[in-house]
Design a protein around this ligand. Sequence first.
Ligand SMILES: *Cc1c(COP(=O)(O)O)cnc(C)c1O
Length: 378
Amino acid sequence: MRAIQMVDLKTEYQRLKKEIDTAVIDVIESAAFINGRPVQEFSKALADYLNVKHVIPCANGTDALQIAMMALDLQPGDEVITPSFTYIATTEVVALLRLKPVFVEVDKQTFNIDIDSLRKAITPKTKAIVPVHLYGQSCDMEAVMQVAEEHNLFVIEDNAQSIGGDYFFKDGSSKKAGTIGTIGTTSFYPAKNLGAYGDGGAIFTNDDALAQKLTMIANHGQSKRYYHDVVGCNSRLDTIQAAILNIRLQYLDANINARIKVADYYDAAFANHSTIKTPFRAKNNRHVFHQYTLILDSDKKGLRDELSAYLSDKKIPNMIYYPVPGHRQKMFETFGGFEYDLPVTDWLTERVISLPMHPELDNEQLKYITENMLAFFN
Ligand SMILES: *Cc1c(COP(=O)(O)O)cnc(C)c1O
């Protein structure tokens, strides 16, 4: 059996080596390292794939969130509602811009923003909502957009984990995750579903004026060479990364399907287990399984640590995404983080565990993982 990895970036490279090496060497030979043609080509290809008007590339997914918030002219002290149960980048940029992160609960089944909790958190100072499509599953965007419209709020979709996912509206139409709100953001961190071979990110919008502003902010607030209208930052996607992403984008759907197959295998193996709760798949979207995250539905102290150690001992990688929720991070102490009472978030934080998830897992490996998992509980 091949060694099991949490994420396997080498196997696909071996398969695409010729194509990728050629694309990288072409960039080096052209010497257009910054803003070379592949950057525009990739932005266009991704916009077509997502069916969104504008894709603005940038340096990483955290910058994408920051630039999105800068473009909306939010003022210090304005409140931005985000789930506490997410990766730190989502909430960190809110604080960095001197806005106020307001933490809300997630749904116990989907791990995504809880609509009742969102509604309750709205105050006259609320300006934006940042729903996070966690682990590969889209939030209930129809409900989020409804709340946003009622209260005239911006919506920034953090789509770092769910690129390629589809959201199905009640009327039967569908849109790609990240293209429903005011702005969507994503990350091309290598381990993401559409990963580069280094850092990268992008911002999506259907709004022409906003697209222009986002482009300007990502490039030192520049409107014309050496004319700077607003305070921006320097956030670019390397040409080499764009050339690699251009190739990898062509395999995104095949990779998503392979991930779904892995999830199906796990789901079948753990079906109806008394302690292992498999990921809930909401009917309103196609889950693209950035992570395969289980809930250990038990109050037994130390159970997860024991399982994790047992799996590691069997050379089965496993991770906790994430061990500390936003409202309990020291970073947010001065923002009143510790004063929140988010029992669902705490409950999930203590019980989630993620198993290896990537398109290269084979049946032999999956059999080994699931058999060992089940043996632990017997
Ligand atoms: C990865 C990630 C980010 C940040 O992306 P980087 O490219 O690492 O800056 C933001 N939000 C979520 C939910 C992520 O998973």
